[in-house]
Design a protein around this ligand. Structure first.
Ligand code: AKG
Ligand code: FE2
Length: 460
């Protein structure tokens, strides 16, 4: 049987190693828990069942791996989600990360600090997904609730799972598989942000621009109950993501951009599925061709996953998980982001072409309409894309007082972070970017600010 490849695991990682081996080539990587050891949220957002906790005692008596066996028994009926070897693979992976079993089991006894989270963020409205129910479009059913309400439900399910373990019941367990996800807990947060973005991910054009210019952000939190999932997807705008897990274990599957075409072909008739079972990926003949390129990864508490732009991925939560994620971007993925946005504009123009051909709208109105539809479906536009690029260039050039420029009306721009790629490399990407935006006649329809073009011309 073919085995899926794993993702590189680094206990520690310097910026230059990350830049050259993972960020520039867009390769996923898992980084050890030392990277986030000073995070406030690793203390305040989670709690550990103590040694005298009932579950610990039962596990000791029965000599079972604490925290794992009861989760496994409750997953027995979910063969579409889990492969038979998942538990062995998980234990095998933990041996890479921990010196001994005791240490691993200690981490597996972490759970969300429901009381604390309710107290601090209980009033924030969040999207709550029900992973075992579908809406009319076939996506996970979602509703907006206050986080306090969601936490109450999650805590109840957590308790039920643990008490079923105590009763040694192996019967079918009807898990609701709730998943509050994409939660904006840090936008207008009442308390200080409980973490500091590691240097590796701090060169982030997307959050720098949205936080400073749009009063918005791409910083999210996720609280996944046992066996909740995030369906197969690529990240928003073709950005990168970074995920730090605080408790539970996340099982990730990654499919590289080079296999996107294979995936599309494989599911040509019905469209991409929301979930590809591990059984299918591990064992099916059809998938043999890509098995060597598909990667699996178990993310334990404290560990950080870099999810590069353009990779399809899906996530299964084992035990209750709690994570903090950023979508982010910089010169390493700005070209694929540009390409993806261009595709959106092209597809939208094509679908609306009749309106222009039949003289229903003017040429000017047509292009406004295309932008409106792209904004509604995809969430952003050329205007905001180029404003983000300009904002970043302004930060870059502010470092050099002879070049300080003003590209937009903002008065305060945050200083450039400590770890950024060499300017020569970044400059070559920006030049390629502008070339791609130009039509054959040298004009562009992408609302590139004229002063951005002038600055790029000057620095070439
Ligand atoms: O943790 C999850 O459920 C999904 C996270 C994800 O898709 C991401 O960070 O890009
Ligand atoms: Fe994602």
């Amino acid at each position: 049987m073919h085995k899926l490849s794993s993702v590189d695991y680094l206990e520690d990682c310097t910026y230059s190693r990350f830049l050259e081996n993972y960020l520039k080539p867009c390769i996923p990587v898992l980084i050890g828990k030392k990277l986030t050891e000073n995070w406030e949220s690793r203390k305040t957002w989670v709690r550990r069942f103590e040694e005298n906790d009932e579950l610990s005692n039962v596990c000791k008596e029965r000599q079972v791996p604490k925290g794992l066996e009861f989760l496994q028994s409750k997953a027995a009926s979910q063969s579409d989600l889990l492969s038979d070897n998942l538990w062995d693979d998980l234990i095998e992976a933990s041996k890479q990360y921990y010196d001994n079993e005791e240490e691993a089991f200690k981490d597996l006894l972490l759970s969300p600090n429901y009381e604390y989270l309710k107290q601090v963020y209980g009033n924030v409205e969040v999207p709550l997904a029900y992973c075992s129910q579908k809406d009319k479009y076939g996506s996970q059913k979602r509703e907006n609730v206050q986080l306090g309400t969601a936490l109450q439900k999650l805590e109840k399910e957590d308790e039920m799972l643990r008490s079923m373990c105590l009763l040694e019941s192996n019967g079918f367990c009807n898990l609701i598989r709730m998943y509050p996800k994409d939660m904006h807990l840090f936008r207008n947060s009442p308390v200080t942000i409980p973490y500091e973005t590691p240097d590796l991910f701090v060169d982030d054009w997307l959050n720098a621009y949205t936080m400073n210019q749009e009063n918005d952000d791409f910083r999210f939190s996720y609280i996944g109950s046992h066996l909740s999932t995030t369906p197969l997807h690529k990240d928003v705008y073709e950005s990168h993501s970074v995920s730090v897990n605080l408790c539970g274990v996340k099982c990730w599957i990654f499919i590289p951009p080079s296999e996107a075409e294979f995936l599309q072909k494989q599911f040509e008739d019905e469209g991409l599925p929301s979930w590809i079972s591990q059984k299918c990926l591990f064992e099916e003949e059809n998938f043999r061709k890509i098995q060597g390129n598909v990667r699996i990864l178990f993310q334990f508490p404290g560990q950080t996953v870099f999810v590069p732009s353009g990779w399809y991925h899906q996530v299964l939560n084992i035990g209750t998980t709690l994570s903090i994620n950023h979508n982010w971007c910089n010169s390493s993925c700005i070209l694929p982001m540009h390409f993806a946005l261009q595709q959106q504009y092209e597809a939208t123009s094509e679908s609306l072409q009749d309106l222009l051909d039949d003289g229903i709208v003017s040429k000017e109105r047509f292009s406004e309409l295309v932008t409106e539809v792209v904004e509604a479906n995809y969430g952003w536009s050329w205007e905001r894309f180029w404003l983000m690029v300009s904002f970043q260039l302004q930060r870059r050039l502010a470092m050099d007082s002879s070049r300080a420029i003003t590209l937009n009306s903002s008065t305060s721009i945050p200083p450039l972070p400590k770890c950024v790629p060499p300017w020569s490399w970044e400059k070559s990407i920006l030049i390629q970017l502008v070339k791609k935006a130009e039509c054959p006649n040298g004009e562009t329809t992408q609302s590139i600010p004229a002063n951005l073009l002038a600055v790029l011309e000057e620095i070439q």
